[in-house]
Design a protein around this ligand. Sequence first.
Ligand SMILES: NC(=O)c1ccc[n+]([C@@H]2O[C@H](COP(=O)([O-])OP(=O)(O)OC[C@H]3O[C@@H](n4cnc5c(N)ncnc54)[C@H](O)[C@@H]3O)[C@@H](O)[C@H]2O)c1
Length: 406
Amino acid sequence: MAPIAEDKIKVLLLENIHPDATELLSGAGFQVETHDGALGENDLAERVGGVHLLGIRSTTHLTSAVLDKADSLLAVGAFCIGTNQIDLPAATDRGVAVFNAPFSNTRSVVELAIAEIIALTRRLTDKSRDMHAGIWDKSATGSHEVRGRRLGIVGYGNIGSQLSVLAETLGMSVHFFDIDDKLALGNAVRCSSMEELLESVDIVTLHVDGRPGNMGMFGEAEFARMRQGAIFLNLSRGFLVDHESLRRHIESGHLAGAAVDVFPQEPKRRGEAFESELRGLSNVILTPHVGGSTEEAQQDIGRFVASKLRHYADDGNTSLSVNLPALALPERVGTHRLAHVHVNTPGVLATINGLLAEHGVNIEGQYLGTRGQIGYVITDIGAPASAEVTRILTDMPETIRLRQLS
Ligand SMILES: NC(=O)c1ccc[n+]([C@@H]2O[C@H](COP(=O)([O-])OP(=O)(O)OC[C@H]3O[C@@H](n4cnc5c(N)ncnc54)[C@H](O)[C@@H]3O)[C@@H](O)[C@H]2O)c1
């Protein structure tokens, strides 16, 4: 492995992150080192010293013990959707920015939902099962086009709203319910309650987030409200749905079919047995939480997170950061920039500006964001700040981290 030059931003990418990330970060002039697998706590603690940007996926755990050894770490990229594997408070306390890719697999989930809606509406799983058993049944009974059918989307966020657009292009009539005021796209019809939606549509699909209040939100009462012969999909979170009730409504023939991608308990690794009340039902499509798992999504995640890391390192840009105040900054053109992460207490900005004025530093632009206990102020200045100015700013009791970007 080639040694990393002292003057370069050093990047360590673990867990087989898509090569586009390496390309983007190397192209920015950073020195990138990659490692195929995840690293355990001790190994990571040994490797993280001197690293400025760290990229992980879901298997590597970034604990406060590792962060203690991360003497140069500016930012962490979670090249995935979730950030549970990162001790976020510990990262924030040390002024380490964390980024992830919340939208990169939206399209993949939408396409799987569309595929399943068509497969179930057309009874493809039953036809396929019969053919494998040597049964030739050309009957059209119970098989429908999706054109003209009513699709009910619960949760009209990134995924729900994109599904709405694609479903309309297939000629479906879209109804949705969201607890927030969401703009209805195309001809979609907003329902004022989930009950209203359940009674109006032929297909119900859940795309809500995993907030604690949503646990068990879809059970016996909700299934009972669905129309005779309706179809149910859940590609959002496993703990939302009572699978015993779903099984009863499938077995009784009340529901014509279902597709489930997420489960309350999921095997932790390949080869571990999958247990579910829903196994063994031919008109229920079961998939192992692969809604967002496509090569395209992986590539998009690689590019998206690498770009976030690059813009943070070069310009201090924190837009869509998971933990620092989000500042979407203009690119630096001919200016020098002071990026100051601090404890959010009254008067910090006034102190910084007082110090800069005292030392004759002219401010060309300034941006402040706060998020809970953390403040982040970007100050653009015409000439580099002197070592004395940066030392005084660094020594302020509220300072968590100061960087001068030139
Ligand atoms: N299967 C997969 O592989 C996969 C991949 C990506 C995302 N997901 C899951 O899909 C879900 C949706 O993702 P997203 O990016 O669209 O999220 P999002 O945050 O953009 O949208 C969620 C929407 O649900 C709404 N909502 C929350 N609780 C609600 C409730 N009780 N009733 C009605 N509306 C409610 C919110 O207001 C929001 O508009 C998430 O749970 C996410 O974890 C699954």
